[in-house]
Design a protein around this ligand. Sequence first.
Ligand SMILES: [Zn+2]
Length: 105
Amino acid sequence: MPTIGQQRCPICGFRIAPVDFTICPSCGTEFGIDTLDHTSQELRDIWISNGPRWESTVDDPPDNWNPWQQLVAAGLSYAIPFYVGVQLKGPEGVRQIPNSGLVFA
Ligand SMILES: [Zn+2]
């Protein structure tokens, strides 16, 4: 069974257990309420179109919080509305992770 620390918000990828009636501080989604009328993709599109910004006015974001890195870390890089490319030089040649937009060399 995953711990809370391993679970992520399905909307924005923030590390939180998406339990009904809790609110994600990152994207502001209230699970079990906002998720009744909207798909995860719809809520994510709304969040991204509004910044994306840290939504909580109670909890501060983690140090160096970056919504784009959060989306990538959660496997949601396809939702990022611009191309992200990273290329690193290495002895084994160019390597690309499928569907990530990331290229490693
Ligand atoms: Zn969220």
